[in-house]
Design a protein around this ligand. Sequence first.
Ligand SMILES: Nc1nc2c(ncn2[C@@H]2O[C@H](COP(=O)(O)OP(=O)(O)OP(=O)(O)O)[C@@H](O)[C@H]2O)c(=O)[nH]1
Length: 191
Amino acid sequence: MTGTIGIVMAGGNSTRFGEDKAFFEIDGKPMYRHIVDALEQSGVCDDIMVSTNSRLSGRFDDMPVKVDVKRFRDRGPLAGIYTFADAYPDKRLLIISCDTPYISPEWIRTLHEVALDDQSIVVTRSGDRLHPLVGIYQGGGLASDIERLLTTDRRSMKALFAERKTIEVDSKLYDIDVTSFLNINRKADLH
Ligand SMILES: Nc1nc2c(ncn2[C@@H]2O[C@H](COP(=O)(O)OP(=O)(O)OP(=O)(O)O)[C@@H](O)[C@H]2O)c(=O)[nH]1
């Protein structure tokens, strides 16, 4: 691997939230921008980009975006990861979902340290919840493994974990506030 790209995942339809959640402002800042700032502050990324779809791609201000490949359009986050893995096969992909606006730079650094030691996928566990979209995706053949899953309509992140060695880093073992991983799927999650 030759460096790390920080990637804000923001190509969904926000059906449960009721409006495009990436742009919803929390503390005066769109959710996606909270992730950009945390990635920047972590200090581990060589580049930071947004993974999205063609409908939303013009709305991320100055941020570079990468639109999901056409043939996997609207197939969920694996399609976004595939698009990056295919374009940047030698890079470590540090993925953070736009709907975890409280993610801390310290946690990002923790994941990154684990990923440097091992060429596996590294994801976050917080109590009984797994956070596949707070994680690092890397290693040879990643794009072709995801391609195989998507062409047979297996879209879940867990399907990928069944195929490739995946390390779960448990936040319990670190001094980190669990609110860091708060996942905003609905307006009710904001309270
Ligand atoms: N690039 C990309 N990102 C996606 C895609 N689908 C979901 N995401 C992102 O992945 C994260 C988790 O998505 P979900 O909350 O499960 O899906 P969603 O479409 O945003 O929301 P719902 O419609 O309520 O399920 C969010 O940050 C989404 O923006 C996709 O097809 N492509």
